[in-house]
Ligand binder design. Structure first.
Ligand SMILES: Nc1ncnc2c1ncn2[C@@H]1O[C@H](COP(=O)(O)OP(=O)(O)O)[C@@H](O)[C@H]1O
Ligand SMILES: [Mg+2]
Length: 107
């Protein structure tokens, strides 16, 4: 029941572009902040695998990232950080070459 209720209000928004440096990260940070301030529960899933930076923009320093989940070292709940306005962040990991070459199953 609880899950059905949560699912009914769940919205997934994907932000992407064919080009770097066009403002995706800043847009996501501001949208997440604004939605959270309006009372929505927000999780930002950073899919810049191997080249994260939303955590830097939000002033966070993740110790763990999605790579720890994919290799079975951490549970997904344990790597989620809380940023401004209680925005939740699932970090992508920095400088991790192997995260840029994930199998389609892992993606
Ligand atoms: N609305 C905006 N107006 C002016 N500069 C912006 C805006 N959004 C982003 N920038 C700047 O553009 C650069 C790239 O932004 P970023 O959000 O990191 O892009 P992306 O995630 O698409 O690579 C950064 O230097 C950022 O400060
Ligand atoms: Mg970016």
């Amino acid at each position: 029941m609880a899950h059905e209720k949560m699912g009914a209000n769940l919205r997934v928004l994907a932000v992407g572009s064919g080009k770097g440096g066009v403002g995706k990260t800043n847009f996501v940070a501001n949208l997440a902040y604004a939605l959270s301030k309006k009372g929505r529960k927000v999780l930002v899933v950073d899919a810049n695998f191997g080249l994260n930076n939303i955590d830097i923009l939000l002033g966070l320093t993740p110790q763990k990232h999605i790579g720890h989940v994919l290799t079975g070292k951490s549970n997904v709940e344990d790597i989620i950080l809380r940023g401004p306005a209680d925005v939740h962040i699932l970090p992508a990991g920095d400088g991790l070459q192997e995260l840029t070459q994930l199998s389609s199953e892992k993606k």
